[in-house]
Ligand binder design. Sequence first.
Ligand SMILES: [Cu+2]
Length: 154
Amino acid sequence: MLSRLAFALAALSLFSACSGESTAPGPSGPCSDATLAPDEYVAGLTRAGKNGTVGVKLLDALPAPPAAGSNEWEVQLIDASNGPLPNAIITKVRLWMPSHGHGSGVTPTVTPGENGKATIKALEFVMPGVWTVTVSAQNEEATDEATFAFCIDG
Ligand SMILES: [Cu+2]
């Protein structure tokens, strides 16, 4: 009798564990690959440079959050303390879909502005999913690159 009760309790706890899992919102949609952790878009989002020298601040995105189709970003090159780097320039902007292993097919254009700022146009996210945008930059002393990742909805 006691062992039956123990078994019933064990079965009940197993059941509740499973039902608990099933009610949790599971990953779904175009960005369900759990190995990729896209950024949550906010104006002013910063990404440090890989080498710790030239990072990028995403001042504004059009549309916001980034979406499928053609996007335009206002960015600013920044140092490790998020201060502007007036003499840094962007050398390359690369779009990539890590889970599919392909890029955009469209080369973004960069127009430099004041105080390390730049306008990046023709950011073409050609399909839904997680996209990375890697901004390569350099100043007098260093070259660096900073990468954003966003979930692009269909
Ligand atoms: Cu793709």
